[in-house]
Write a new protein. Structure first.
Length: 222
């Protein structure tokens, strides 16, 4: 059963969504603030989040950033903010879709199905990524040939593999893996990337998949 976390501080919205989603066999949890949403997501591990931007404690965009620090689960924003900049900010932060209030339940259900299909297709692709002589399965956290990665190595590798061809900045990697206080500790990246290359690349000194962009960041090339 698909687990959906609804984050909204309007009781009537929560009630309407709970009734309609439960009737379609979704498992539901609710949060009425940004802080409780982040805690619930960490404890309950939903498959999808429906998120209002106008929360009493945190802006919804900050909640998106908080979620994206550790999870790639789909986020559908459901907000009364109809401005283009609000949509851009939410999507840039990592939201997958944006629905404006007032909304039709059929439209929202269609968006949920569409996002879920895209996510399932992406997860299938992430289950078989070739680097050198090894096949990486991000879904099950395995590497062929008995190669073992530490949790930190997995975290770094996953960020790169989920962004194929994209330059991921040093700041982004350090923030997502170690936290905002470590944005200047670039030696962490050099050390861990060297370890990952030794385990995965055929010639770690001349990597063809895990590329350094000097002074900027790292890039995964298929």
């Amino acid at each position: 059963m698909t687990r959906i976390l609804i984050v909204d501080d309007e009781p009537q919205i929560l009630r309407a969504l709970r009734i309609n989603l439960a009737a379609r066999h979704y498992e539901i949890a609710e949060a009425t603030s940004g802080g409780s949403a982040l805690r619930e997501a960490a404890d309950w591990h939903p498959d999808l989040v429906i998120l209002d931007l106008g929360l009493p404690d945190l802006d919804g965009v900050d909640v998106i950033h908080g979620l994206r620090g550790w999870t790639t689960i789909p986020i559908i924003v459901l907000s009364g903010r109809a401005g283009n900049q609000d949509k851009v900010d939410a999507l840039d932060a990592g939201a997958d879709d944006y629905v404006t209030k007032p909304f039709g339940i059929d439209e929202l259900l269609a968006r949920i199905r569409a996002v879920s299909r895209r996510t399932a297709a992406q997860e299938a692709e992430l289950a078989s990524i070739q680097i050198g002589d090894h096949v990486i399965d991000l879904t099950n956290k395995t590497v062929s040939g008995g190669v073992r990665l530490t949790p930190t190595e997995w975290h770094l590798l996953e960020i790169l593999l989920r962004n194929p061809g994209k330059l991921v900045s040093q700041r982004q990697l350090l923030t997502e893996v170690w936290g905002i206080k470590y944005t200047k500790e670039t030696h962490y990246l050099r050390q861990y990337m060297a370890q990952i290359r030794r385990k995965l690349e055929r010639d770690p000194a001349q990597p063809v998949h895990l590329i350094t962009e000097l002074g900027m960041g790292y890039r995964y090339k298929a």
